[in-house]
Design a binder for this molecule. Structure first.
Ligand code: MG
Length: 171
């Protein structure tokens, strides 16, 4: 059960995720979180770097869909200029939104990677739905209220894995 909280990979930021390493793994689709994964939770629009990253993935025929627990306004304002499909109020870690996107992408589970900054929503949800999961370091330390509570639990889970020698990265 606890292994569902463990990501397959951990990187500093999305910019450490390159299309070639994904395609080598047979990955054809990315399901990514928005807040603190692509931009800080209080930043409305994609940065030039994020726009470039999306473009790069598209050039390598890797589909991207944003799945966020945040509301329609937030997710739409961010996603539409990128021309990327999105799901808002996704209720991660529930698997429903993940499965919906997998069907829309017309891909197999093994062909999709889930990227996010939270263990309790992104990693857990991605693992439950059967995808490869990559945890990124949150862009900013501050969070909304619910996330702050999640972070406390997350820290305990990560410390557990660290003590067991299952993860090697530092906080
Ligand atoms: Mg997030």
């Amino acid at each position: 059960m606890l292994s569902k909280f463990l990501p397959n990979e951990h990187v500093k930021s999305i910019f450490d995720i390159h299309p070639s390493t994904l395609t080598e793994k047979g990955i054809k689709g990315i399901i990514t979180d928005l807040d603190n994964t692509l931009v800080a939770w209080d930043v409305a629009d994609a940065t030039p770097e994020v726009i470039q990253w999306f473009k790069l993935m598209k050039e390598h025929d890797i589909q991207i869909t944003i799945i966020s627990n945040n509301n329609l306004d937030r997710v739409k304002v961010f996603s539409e200029p990128l021309g990327t499909p999105f799901v808002y109020s996704a209720r991660k870690p529930l698997r429903r939104a993940f499965n919906k996107v997998r069907k829309q992408m017309k891909l197999k589970k093994e062909e999709i990677v889930v990227i996010g900054d939270q263990v309790l929503t992104d990693v857990l949800g991605g693992n439950i739905a059967g995808f490869y999961t990559i945890l990124v370091v949150p862009i900013v330390k501050s969070d909304g209220r619910i996330t702050r509570i999640n972070r406390k639990i997350e820290r305990r889970i990560l410390n557990y894995f660290r003590n067991k020698g299952k993860i090697s990265w530092e906080e």
